[in-house]
Design a protein. Structure first.
Length: 244
């Protein structure tokens, strides 16, 4: 497992780095990547080397919001904090993309279990700059979409993305198609959560993680890989919509 700690002060992170290394985790603590991420100068393929991003308590909530807007849908995000957030605050941050909370005095065993829980639940693994072994000149047979593992909202999202496959669809238009309006702030944060969960479930099923592309300023769009991997016809579309 590879972990990136985003921080303003790498010296502060030494105790956490040592704990992670004792768990045989490859870890990088970086202030430079934090700055590059905030200014949108870091290539996504560089971040893709890491399975988990830990956001240090040296980073403000406002900065965390920017980080989540940039990469919250693509990575497992763990927020380091000196206290457990209240229920409402916790739900708000988790809707924005925080997956787990790491207390300042977290024990080694507690850290181990939190990392294990996230990797087992979401099958998080390094995509190694996209250099996953591929069979030589072998065309894989298309397979059925794992509808049994999708919630109703995830099916509605997938159905909309399939029907608009030729062009990106904006977040507002997605919200209108799924909930009938785009004015609710909760709908906007929920969209990000649904996209993230859908990406994770398709990833578990063997599809590369950027199967749902984010076209900045335009919206979301399914990549060609999705249609190369899955059977998509009228019968499948009916099953997606009905859940049967």
């Amino acid at each position: 497992m590879q972990v990136l700690i985003l921080t303003h002060n790498i010296l502060v992170e030494r105790p956490l780095v040592e704990k992670l290394q004792r768990l045989n985790v490859e870890v990088l603590s970086s202030a430079k990547l934090l700055t590059m991420l905030q200014t949108k100068q870091v290539p996504l393929e560089v971040l893709s080397f890491f399975d988990v991003l830990i956001v240090s308590e040296t980073i403000s909530d406002q900065e965390l919001t920017i980080i989540l807007e940039e990469v919250g849908e693509k990575f497992t995000i763990i927020r380091q904090t000196d206290r457990t957030p209240q229920k409402e605050e916790k739900m708000d941050w988790e809707a924005k993309g925080v997956d787990e909370w790491l207390l300042e005095d977290e024990t080694l065993s507690g850290l181990r279990e939190k990392l294990a829980e996230k990797t087992l639940k979401e099958s998080v693994y390094s995509i190694g700059f996209g250099m996953r072994p591929q069979p030589e000149e072998k065309e894989e047979e298309k397979r059925a979409i794992p509808l049994w593992n999708l919630t109703r909202s995830e099916r509605e999202m997938l159905s909309t993305l399939i029907s608009t496959k030729d062009a990106p669809i904006s977040r507002n238009d997605l919200a209108v198609k799924i909930w009938g309006d785009s004015d609710s702030a909760s709908h906007m944060t929920r969209l990000s959560t649904i996209i993230k969960h859908l990406r994770n479930k398709l990833k578990i099923d063997g599809v590369e993680y950027d199967v749902i592309r984010t076209n900045w300023g335009e919206g979301y769009q399914l990549s060609k890989v999705f249609f190369d991997h899955y059977i998509v016809d009228d019968r499948i579309m009916d099953e997606i919509k009905t859940g049967n």
